[in-house]
Write a protein that binds this ligand. Sequence first.
Ligand SMILES: NC(=O)C1=CN([C@@H]2O[C@H](COP(=O)(O)OP(=O)(O)OC[C@H]3O[C@@H](n4cnc5c(N)ncnc54)[C@H](O)[C@@H]3O)[C@@H](O)[C@H]2O)C=CC1
Ligand SMILES: O=C(O)C(=O)Cc1ccc(O)cc1
Length: 314
Amino acid sequence: MSEPLFERLALIGIGLIGSSLALNARTNGLARHIAIATRRKETLDKAEELGLGDSYHLEASEAVADADFVILCVPVGSCGAITREIAPHLKAGAIVSDVGSVKGAVIAQMAPHLPSSVHFVPAHPLAGTEQSGPQAGFLELFTNRWSILTPPEGTDPAAVTRVEAFWQGCGSNVETMTAEHHDLVLAIVSHVPHLIAYNIVGTAADLETVTQSEVVKFSASGFRDFTRIAASDPTMWRDVFLTNRDAVLEMLARFSEDLATLQRAIRWGDGDTLFDLFTRTRAIRRNVIEAGQDTAKPNFGREPASGERAGTKG
Ligand SMILES: NC(=O)C1=CN([C@@H]2O[C@H](COP(=O)(O)OP(=O)(O)OC[C@H]3O[C@@H](n4cnc5c(N)ncnc54)[C@H](O)[C@@H]3O)[C@@H](O)[C@H]2O)C=CC1
Ligand SMILES: O=C(O)C(=O)Cc1ccc(O)cc1
């Protein structure tokens, strides 16, 4: 077997993304030693029970000592404080990364704490589910999904290449862009859709004329999809909206204008406007399927089969 890409990988936070990375690092031989840190003992014990790592730490600073690759897999709002805590313990030449759904704010929080002796290569896998915790991870999560790298200007290209190789080793396709562009794109393709899901499920739950049991009983498939998305982790998504504020507000403003156009078309019986939009959007769905990004493909927006979950053998 070839040499692993990294000697010691430290995963700080071991939820859905951290545990999926641990499974990939182990199975695909990406790191010789996997050090796992999380602040809650209960979560750490669960990770150990699932056999996700080689060493387990309640102190992130212990996990990063001597690590050549450190990945923060925590809600974006916690990245700054953790970086401050681990910074004095980082080995010179180590690569520090994250998996946060927002990049500009994460870089702004992390970069000031990092010593100049380490390389900083932020990343974001466009792959996930509404599940969280160490038991939620599965090996195929990143297979054929995109992972975006947003290295700040001046980052050592060799460090970027190694992080790219790591994500490719997890089965991802990799693209590099600026953090600002990432945050704008993700606002429309991921963050605003989640907000819409949270809002529509909340609106349905609050309706006085429709009981909760009717919402459950008569959920058509479209609404069921919204309830899946709206079951996503509250801490993670609170942090996403608070940290990608400007891009989300910009996309929401556009969304609201377009929604007002549809509202007017319905009020005035303007079927052409509705038909034209629905025809255009149908074509977009066809392109999504051709690009292999539909929900029927492995792992995006589906529950993993029972045998695929973290810690399950085979
Ligand atoms: N869930 C998803 O579908 C995706 C999530 N992401 C990003 O990945 C990151 C992690 O998300 P998930 O794995 O889904 O979350 P999760 O909720 O499953 O796991 C988060 C982990 O971080 C730990 N944690 C939280 N605060 C901590 C702290 N201060 N110190 C140490 N550990 C701490 C928690 O105990 C837990 O182990 C987030 O930044 C999220 O934006 C990226 C792509 C997809
Ligand atoms: O569960 C879903 O449908 C998702 O959209 C998963 C997801 C959530 C957050 C990300 O930053 C990337 C992917």
